[in-house]
Structure formats: structure tokens, C-alpha cells
Design a protein around this ligand. Structure first.
Ligand code: NIG
Ligand code: FE
Length: 423
């Protein structure tokens, strides 16, 4: 045994492992039974990986005479895996608080979009913004998410809709990955809307012939790292056939498919995603029974976004039907200028109250299953030996307080740990 370690979190009232024995994802049964150990400790090594997690007495004996850079006495506290946010749009300039007022007065999301607002408003401001301004606002948003317990977050481009700004956004995300402790999974979302004055066919052609080839060049040269590809598959945005060709081209470049589907209208996006072996599809407020069955069979995760349905007063995503059918259900904040939410605890709360998930289900959806949706469930999302040492330590004796308490989590979340470092 090496003689020095990064961190010991000792004597916690509860340590929530989520799952044991390397399970890669969880469907309903596992989600209902997230694994909790009472009076337990966690050891994280200098490499940032978990070395031991188990009963406090056993760990005290095993690690006696060993030195730690840092020790947290978690008496009276709970330890959970760091939260994973599987869907965000955090790089943009110009908020849309004025549109919130319009929507409260009755305008729909698509009314605002067709009138040239919505994504188009944000595109205009993001194109005009400098990289350093975008990085500064991205960093402060990511720090807010981190304070609310998020340790791995998916970050999309998609407010450029042309080569230069899409690359600018992806480079800003890459810079945040280099400079901030939070773990990032980055997503090219050049097909987030059809640019003003262009047809769907022209926009698709530009993505296939200009944007993706340039991205591929940069990825091959090692100057840009991108993990996933996304398209907004929706009536009046990208139809099924253009969505298919863009996602397929991204997959051929080695990107994971993780896209917006069946949000405002039933589009058969779920069936398309299953057919392309997508890792995940987000939203799904309008998914059909056939779509749910196809996703369960293909092991395509459903990333449900309770903030969107709440703010836009949409039908709630059918979490219970998906769980019953064996779909891998994950959660995301959907942070964007329409849904200004940095808090996964609030997302879990909404998922429980509005989508009727149980607290263990919501926690599994916001940890191991969200990690699965990002292709990271082998390294993130549960407290298991050799996984990354990302933790949330709560100032309470029962972990469910993270979901039960509605807001004000700065008092509840005592420490956030990433790769064994208190951040
Ligand atoms: O996931 N539905 C499309 N995209 C985002 C909204 C982006 C925006 O309105 O700026 C979403 O909700
Ligand atoms: Fe989104």
C-alpha cells in the first residue's frame, strides 16, 4: 500500500454508493435500490481515484499509519457521488429575461422563435461576443453549477450556426476544461436552429460540407476535443431526414450521438435515435409508446429535463412509462437562456414532484445514468473503487435532504470534491 493519499472522508452517517460491482447503468429496479452504507468512510488516492469505500471501522484499520493530504471528519454528514448534468447550453451572451415576461403573458416557445427571438436572439449576441467574454461568463456559470454539487457537466455549442462561432464556442468550452476543476463533456450542436434567411437544406449542407469537415480536421490534429453531436430535431427546425444525415456524419467521425428529440411535437426522433444507436436523446415530452420501446431495446438513454416542461408549461416527460419499459432515464438541467437553472438538486426535486420519480430514482438519474448518457459511466457517477473521486458532502444525516430541500443548498452542501480535491 502506498503510504500517502490525497483525501480521507471519515465516519460519515451515510455514504451513497449508487451501485456496486461495476454496473454500467441502471434501469428501474437498480434505481429504486441505490446502495447506501451507514457509518462509512471514503479514501481517494493521489491519482484522484477512489481507493476504498466501506464501513468506517474497516477503513480505519486498513489505513492506520497512512498519511493523507487532507482529512474531512464527516461525522453527522452524508457523502454522495458528484452530480452529473447531462444537458446544458452554457456558452452564450445576452440573457432573455424580456422573453420570460412574454412567455408568462402567453407566448409559446415557438411563437418567440418564429418572431426572430429565442435561439436567434442569443445567436446574434454570441456571434458578436469575444472569446474572453464568453469564457468569463461560462466559467462563472460552471462555478455556480459546481457549488450546487455538479462535478461532470455536458456543454453544448449551438449559438453560432456557422463555422466561426461554433468553433469559437467549442474552443471556449475546451479552455474551461483546461482551467476549471469541473469535468466537461463537450457537444457540437451546430444544428440547433436554421440560421435566419437559410433553408433546412442549405443549413444541413453547410454543416455536412463545411462545419463537420473542419471540426474533424481540428479533432484529428488534436487541437480540439469534442465528445458528442447534437441536433434539434423539431417541426420548423431540423426534420427527421436532415437530422439523420447530420447525426450519422458525426457518428462516422467518432462522436457520440446525444440529441434533442420529440420535444414539442412527436417526430419519431426516439425511433431514429434507437436506429442510429444514439447514446442519448433529450426532452422527449412528446415521445410515443413505440419510441419508448425502441429506446429501451437500443439502450439509448432518455435525458429528461424537468425545467423545460416547467417553464414552457409543456406536458411532463413520461418518466414512469419510460422506467416501466426499461429505459435508462437520466436528468439534465438544460441550463440555457430559456431555462436559467444551474442546480441539479432543484432538477431532481422537480423530477420527483412533477414527473413522479422517487428520490433514489432521481439520484441515480442525476449520477450514474447521466454519466451513461455521456459515455462516462465506467469512470463517473458512482462511488466505486477505481472510479474518479468526485463527491458531494452534505451537512445532514440523511442524503434525501438534497432533494427534499427546495433551494438554499449553499447551507446544505458542505464540500464538493473533484478528483480528491476540495473545490
Ligand atoms: O433544450 N430545444 C432546444 N434547445 C434548448 C433551448 C435553447 C434556447 O432556447 O436557447 C432546450 O431547451
Ligand atoms: Fe437543450
Amino acid at each position: 500500500m502506498s503510504s500517502s493519499y490525497r483525501l480521507l472522508v471519515k465516519n460519515a452517517e451515510q455514504v451513497v454508493l449508487i451501485c456496486k460491482n461495476g454496473e454500467k447503468y441502471l434501469t428501474k429496479h437498480g434505481m429504486q435500490n441505490v446502495c447506501v452504507i451507514e457509518n462509512a468512510s471514503v479514501v481517494i488516492g493521489r491519482d484522484g481515484l477512489i481507493k476504498a469505500v466501506g464501513p468506517a471501522e474497516t477503513i480505519t484499520v486498513q489505513y492506520s499509519g497512512v498519511s493523507f493530504d487532507e482529512v474531512i471528519d464527516a461525522t453527522g454528514m452524508c457523502v454522495l457521488p458528484g452530480l452529473v448534468d447531462a444537458h446544458t447550453h452554457p456558452v452564450w451572451a445576452g440573457d432573455r429575461v424580456h422573453e420570460f415576461a412574454m412567455k408568462l403573458a402567453g407566448a409559446t416557445y415557438m411563437d418567440v422563435h418564429r418572431a426572430g427571438g429565442g435561439i436567434h436572439f442569443t445567436v446574434e449576441h454570441t456571434r458578436a461576443a469575444t472569446s474572453s467574454d464568453l469564457l468569463a461568463s461560462l466559467s462563472s456559470r460552471l462555478v455556480r453549477m459546481q457549488r450546487a454539487g455538479t462535478t461532470l457537466v455536458e456543454c453544448k455549442s449551438g449559438y453560432g450556426l456557422e463555422l466561426q462561432t461554433e468553433l469559437k464556442m467549442l474552443e471556449v468550452i475546451e479552455e474551461a476544461r483546461r482551467t476549471l476543476p469541473i469535468n466537461i463533456s463537450s457537444t457540437y450542436c451546430g444544428a440547433h436552429a436554421v440560421p435566419k434567411g437559410k433553408t433546412v437544406a442549405e443549413a444541413t449542407e453547410n454543416i455536412l460540407q463545411v462545419q463537420l469537415p473542419r471540426l474533424k480536421q481540428k479533432m484529428n490534429a488534436g487541437t480540439l476535443k469534442v465528445d458528442n453531436i447534437d441536433v434539434f430535431c423539431e417541426q420548423g427546425v431540423f426534420d427527421l431526414s436532415s437530422t439523420r444525415s447530420i447525426l450519422k456524419a458525426g457518428k462516422d467521425m467518432g462522436l457520440n450521438i446525444n440529441f434533442h428529440g420529440d420535444e414539442l411535437h412527436p417526430m419519431n426522433s426516439a425511433q431514429l435515435g434507437a436506429d442510429l444507436e444514439a447514446l442519448a436523446i433529450s426532452h422527449l415530452e412528446e415521445v410515443t409508446d413505440e419510441g419508448i420501446a425502441a429506446m429501451a431495446k437500443a439502450k439509448t438513454a432518455a435525458v429528461l429535463l424537468p425545467t423545460t416542461a416547467y417553464i414552457l408549461r409543456l406536458p411532463q416527460p413520461r418518466a414512469r412509462d419510460m422506467l416501466e419499459a426499461g429505459v435508462i432515464v437520466a436528468l439534465g438541467s438544460d441550463f440555457n437562456p430559456n431555462a436559467y437553472c444551474c442546480s441539479m438538486p432543484l432538477v431532481m426535486h422537480l423530477a420527483c414532484v412533477n414527473m413522479r420519480m422517487s428520490m433514489p430514482e432521481a439520484l441515480a438519474a442525476a449520477t450514474i445514468n447521466a454519466a451513461y448518457a455521456l459515455g462516462r459511466s465506467h469512470t463517473h457517477g458512482s462511488l466505486e473503487v477505481n472510479k474518479q473521486g468526485d463527491l458531494v458532502v452534505l451537512n445532514t444525516t440523511r442524503w434525501e435532504h438534497l432533494i427534499y430541500q427546495l433551494g438554499g443548498h449553499q447551507e446544505l452542501i458542505r464540500y464538493v470534491v473533484i478528483k480528491g480535491n476540495v473545490v
